[in-house]
Ligand binder design. Sequence first.
Ligand code: CTP
Ligand code: MG
Length: 166
Amino acid sequence: MLPAYLPNPVAALCGGGTPIDSGRTFSDGRRLFGDGKTWRGLVLGILAGLLIGLVQMGAAGAYGLDFLPRQTLLSVTLLAAGALLGDLAKSFFKRRLGKERGSKWPVADQYDLVAGAFLLLLVLDPAWLFAEVTAASFICILVLTPILHRAVNIIGYRIKVKEVPW
Ligand code: CTP
Ligand code: MG
């Protein structure tokens, strides 16, 4: 999950600049995604996920970590891109519900990256998904993700990278 977990904090650290929606609004008059979703965050976040995935692939090859899921270039790409596309999709629906940037949306805020990453894998690389991710590890992911999400966001808030601790 590292290639899926890393993009969000990296986007928070390195994001900013031109919003992906360039300020455009949807038919409801609200922003498409909002100012919290920027090109820089998206690109640098995905690159960070790719990088950690390449490190995983290198480490698995060098140390024979056969007990771990075997990452491929495709799995790493789908995990990293899926995480931030899930985050982007969540913001789209958040705006449709009239929720402001940075507002809380429990469950969706925690699981957007998991939903995005697994949806991309399911559609574009189901063979890898079913071969490498067991039901037990999927349950672990569901349990650990909100805990990690909360912990990282509290750190982000304390170091003033995030405006809110969620
Ligand atoms: N970020 C970014 N580009 C992205 C995703 C995140 O620049 N594609 C940066 C933004 O500075 C954002 C911060 O990371 O404010 C935290 O991300 P997140 O919590 O996902 O965004 P919010 O500001 O809470 O916006 P939203 O309500 O749309 O989730
Ligand atoms: Mg948020």
